[in-house]
Design a protein around this ligand. Structure first.
Ligand code: KIV
Ligand code: NA
Length: 265
């Protein structure tokens, strides 16, 4: 199988082929997502919510992200693997950012890192890129700044914030980012960004006129329960199926149906 690279992704944008991206945080799920043929696997810091049960993405550590990334990389033979640098591991200064990116690349074998923010982190982005590590940007709703925003509502609805977002997208492209994620912004603005920059723009809650889409895999499979924003399309109801399986197993244990003769030595 031919591996997806930053070059492949750039070519996809060029010919108008949409890019598919999903999260994964562990070996088993990453193996399924890769076998399905997704183009990019994101080891997102949403692992903080989905895997660890935290309310925000802020608590997850660099060591924990590396553990998730290492598990994902072992399962993947085709997809391009991107890892979020977690909150507190790059905002201090550009050498801290570079050190974190290098640890992720060296210890996990991932292919790129992702950071949240625009102009304010441009120096760090350039420093990471100067070491040869591809960087994906992330603008719009940036969950690591949730306490600054105060809410998870749509971003950049006002002209001023929209103009800053477009400016930040151009800055990230000039810094050398290979792609951008736009989260929860008006579809019209996302379209304008995707038309303005030449690098692939991957949307989540950013409408159809971008170069690709990303969802949290546990959300689209219906494993998570509480989180149901408008942009989420649910492709399976695994939580119900898993619950049913667990209940049947318990019944079989209690009723002595399991294990039977064939299942015993
Ligand atoms: O952590 C994550 O899952 C993400 C995606 C929602 C883009 O950053
Ligand atoms: Na993230």
């Amino acid at each position: 199988i031919k591996r997806i690279t930053t070059h492949t992704l750039h070519e996809m944008k060029g010919r108008g082929e949409k890019i598919s991206m999903l999260t994964a945080y562990d070996y088993s799920m990453a193996g399924i997502v890769d076998a399905g043929g997704v183009d990019i696997i994101l080891v997102g810091d949403s692992a903080s919510n989905v895997m660890a049960g935290h309310e925000t993405t802020l608590p997850i550590t660099l060591d924990q992200m590396i553990y998730h990334a290492t598990s994902v990389v072992r399962a993947v033979s085709r997809a391009f693997v991107v890892v979020d640098i977690p909150f507190g591991s790059y905002q201090g200064n550009s050498s801290e950012a570079l050190r974190s990116a290098i640890r992720i690349m060296k210890e996990s074998g991932a292919h790129a890192v992702k950071v949240e923010g625009g102009a304010e982190i441009s120096e760090s982005v350039m420093r990471i890129l100067s070491a040869g590590v591809p960087v994906m940007g992330h603008l719009g709703l940036t969950p690591q700044s949730i306490y600054k925003f105060g809410t998870y509502t749509v971003r950049a609805k006002e002209d001023e914030e929209a103009e800053k977002l477009l400016e930040d997208a151009k800055i990230l492209q000039e810094c050398g980012c290979f792609a951008l994620v736009l989260e929860k912004i008006p579809a019209k603005l996302a379209k304008m960004v995707a038309e303005t920059v030449s690098i692939p723009v991957i949307g989540i809650g950013a409408g159809p006129d971008v170069d690709g889409q990303v969802l949290v895999v546990h959300d689209m499979l219906g494993i998570t329960q509480e989180f149901k924003p408008r942009f989420l399309r649910q492709y399976a109801d695994l939580r119900s199926q898993m619950l049913k399986a667990v209940e049947e197993y318990i019944d079989d244990v209690k009723s002595r149906d399991f294990p039977n003769e064939k299942e015993s030595y």
